[in-house]
Design a binder for this molecule. Structure first.
Ligand SMILES: [Zn+2]
Length: 250
């Protein structure tokens, strides 16, 4: 079959000259795919809207010898609340970059696709910061790096009130193991309980929880350390968020 269908969110679109764009898509059917969209930058192109970043689009893709190309496409969901909102675009860029960093090409993960889409939808009205934190911990879990939160990740024993969080050990470590683990950062039972909620609750339920600013900052720090360790890279969009966006309450 030379043609195949894919429902996908556009993660990135790069101009390649002559009105063409190289698209990085995250699709339900095939995971991450790279495709060339010919002529879509031209003002007359009817495909322009459907190939914008963060758009859910139904693609018909032509299988090429080296690079696949868009045969037809139709925008399904535009997430118009993102338009002109720098903070929203910053968070959406970060989510897209995270999906890109977490996934190899052509490896479908329907759960990650669904989580990505649901998180984008919920961003319209909700606690964006908590949604993004929940996305981070759920997404890293969905690709096989679910942090251990129920007992000490090192000795597997139950932990007391004093706890640490260690990316290289894979989650929470107890007060006995903490001092012997190189990257153990102080944590608290309250933060661990919130991490459990972020990991296990459906994103739509998150507005029910209240998390104070101190705990939010700690969770952000710990999850970013965890992601950095497991992805061995720093995120441009995370730096963007830290630089340009002051969380409410600070
Ligand atoms: Zn331990």
């Amino acid at each position: 079959m030379k043609l195949y269908k894919a429902d996908a969110v556009v993660l990135r679109a790069r101009d390649c000259g002559s009105g063409n764009k190289l698209l990085i898509l995250y699709s339900r059917e095939y995971g991450k795919i790279k495709v060339m969209a010919h002529g879509v930058s031209k003002p007359t192109s009817r495909k322009r809207g459907a190939v914008q970043p963060f758009t859910l689009t139904r693609f018909l893709i032509y299988r090429g010898r080296e690079l696949d190309s868009v045969s037809q496409c139709e925008g399904v969901e535009m997430f118009s609340f993102l338009k002109g909102n720098l903070e929203m675009i910053g968070y959406a860029s970060y989510l897209a970059e995270l999906v890109d960093a977490l996934t190899p090409e052509r490896e479908p993960n329907v759960n990650l696709f669904t989580l990505f889409l649901e998180t984008l939808r919920l961003m319209a009205a909700g606690d964006i910061e908590l949604l993004v934190r929940a996305f981070e911990i759920k997404a890293v879990g969905l690709i096989g790096y679910r942090p251990v939160l129920e007992s000490c990740a090192q000795c597997l024993k139950p932990f007391s009130t004093e706890v640490f969080f260690s990316p290289c050990t894979g989650g929470v470590v107890c007060s006995a193991c903490g001092p012997n683990v190189p990257d153990a950062a102080p944590c608290s039972r309250g933060v661990v309980e919130t991490l459990k909620v972020l990991l296990s609750w459906p994103p739509a339920r998150l507005p029910q929880i209240k998390v104070e600013r101190r705990a939010r900052n700690r969770i952000k720090y710990l999850l970013h350390e965890y992601l950095k360790y497991h992805l061995e890279q720093d995120f441009k969009s995370a730096a963007f968020l830290n630089k340009y966006i002051t969380p409410p309450g600070l």
